[in-house]
Design a protein. Structure first.
Length: 434
């Protein structure tokens, strides 16, 4: 191990009494000739990438739609399937005249990919009801039959800072059908339960050739809706509309990755060592890619001296230079989630004061070569050193647990074997001299 030594200042007896081996009494103070302060930065990090085959996506706060091409992670597509409700007031005025039908998406200004490229948005009516795939879950790989011809399509170029909404003109045949049902007070449009039996929902898709960007939209009635426009002439000309708004019943986001031309192989539920990924690890939890770390040689630090106490542990995760840019942004926050040999995602890890192990990136905005995330993992490492856990205990470095975040951010990290800017676990230790 590479070890940096510092002679310690006099310390209170209580510090020594909490060491991991037999207690040694020194009275009220410890002479610095008995102790030394060491910094160890060569504890090996066993880094791997774990790819899920599927995960539930029916509990997202925001939905994603679109498709982009990522040379490292593959072609990532996002396609929501949603239900719509009957109008709050389904009645029409006497003499009402049909104008048009449109589908409206009000964006939440999240994007990922190349927004300078346009893409086609397709709104397809569902040919079958949305139903749970397993138990009470729908997954990123779930699917629902659609009518083959879209109700409407529109080629759009989105400016995330200025484009607030997208309106897509829909088929007038469907618009007139809905208008007549409202006009005739059909039972199909009087309640949402009845409406969902008649109109099962829609998918928000894209052209098969699109590889531009993915955008976000909130799951709210005022953010996703189908609007029927009409007008009246009595007692004076007036434009009106009825909204078939997003219904918070059953919905999900289909998120598919085509990795055939990416750096990640088609390997599901197996760990891909950083050794075969150019000494790098990948994380994109919203597409099922998890970065895992364990520390099998950590307990070796206990052999440095007769008595060892961990003072501080800092995990520094260095982002691979050139792996991100303005189009493929880094996650704004990453967290450490517990795991073990089963590769089951545990909970977000917290320290002894109740603060979660999360970090924002420290960015090198000039050269993009020294960007990193830093975590104070003292409590967790101390539990590994002194607890009964195995060498398989570790954590996933992810933005959020899969299926819980309405983002698609990703990052690539150097492992601890990289010669330039390696990720590392830095330990500050107090030990007694022999």
């Amino acid at each position: 191990m590479t070890i940096k030594k510092f002679w310690a200042l006099p310390l209170l007896c209580a510090i020594i009494c909490s060491c991991t081996k037999n207690d040694i009494q020194f009275g009220n103070t410890v002479d610095d000739s008995y102790t030394r302060l060491l910094e160890v930065d060569t504890v090996g990090i066993n880094m791997s990438t774990f790819v899920l085959d599927s995960f539930a996506t029916n509990s997202l706060s925001d939905l994603l739609f679109g498709r982009y091409n990522d040379s490292a992670f593959g072609k990532i597509s996002a396609k929501p399937f949603v239900q719509l409700s009957a109008p709050a007031d389904p009645g029409l005025e006497s003499g009402a005249v049909y104008d048009s039908l449109a589908f409206v998406l009000r964006l939440n200004h999240y994007f990922y990919g190349d927004t300078t490229l346009g893409q086609t948005i397709n709104i397809n009516e569902l040919a079958a009801p949305i139903d749970y795939t397993y138990s009470s879950s729908l997954f990123n790989t779930s699917n629902v039959a659609e009518n083959p011809v879209p109700l409407g399509s529109k080629y759009v170029t989105v400016n995330p800072g200025h484009t607030d909404s997208i309106s897509i003109r829909l088929n007038d045949a469907k618009g007139l059908e809905l208008f007549n049902k409202l006009k005739q007070a059909s039972t199909d449009v009087q309640t949402t339960d009845a409406f969902l039996k008649y109109f099962r929902g829609v998918s928000i898709g894209f052209s098969s050739t699109d590889v531009s960007a993915i955008y976000g939209v909130k799951k709210k009635a005022d953010s996703i809706f189908m609007r029927l426009y009409y007008h009246v002439t009595t007692p004076y000309p007036e434009k009106k509309w009825k909204d078939f708004a997003y219904y918070s019943g059953i919905d999900f986001n289909q998120i598919i990755a085509d990795r055939s031309s990416s750096r990640l192989p088609y390997v599901f539920k197996k760990e891909i060592s950083s050794d075969v990924l150019n000494h790098q690890g990948f994380t994109q939890a919203s597409a099922g890619v998890l970065l895992k770390m364990t520390f099998p040689s950590l307990r070796n630090v206990m052999q440095i001296g007769p008595t060892v106490k961990l003072l501080n542990a800092t995990l520094i995760m260095n982002v691979a230079p050139g792996s991100y840019d303005k189009k493929l942004k880094l996650p704004s926050t990453l967290g450490l989630y517990s795991t073990d040999a089963t590769n089951i995602i545990g909970g977000l890890i917290y320290n002894s004061s109740g603060t979660s192990y999360t970090s924002e990136p420290v960015s090198d905005n000039i050269y993009s070569t020294n960007t990193y995330y830093s975590f104070d993992v003292t409590t967790y490492v101390n539990s590994l050193l002194n607890g009964s856990g195995t060498e398989n205990n570790g954590f996933f470095l992810i933005e959020n647990a899969p299926g819980t975040s309405g983002t698609i951010n990703r990052a690539i990290f150097n492992d601890s074997k990289t010669t330039s800017n390696p990720s590392k676990l830095v330990l500050s230790l107090l030990t007694l001299k022999d």
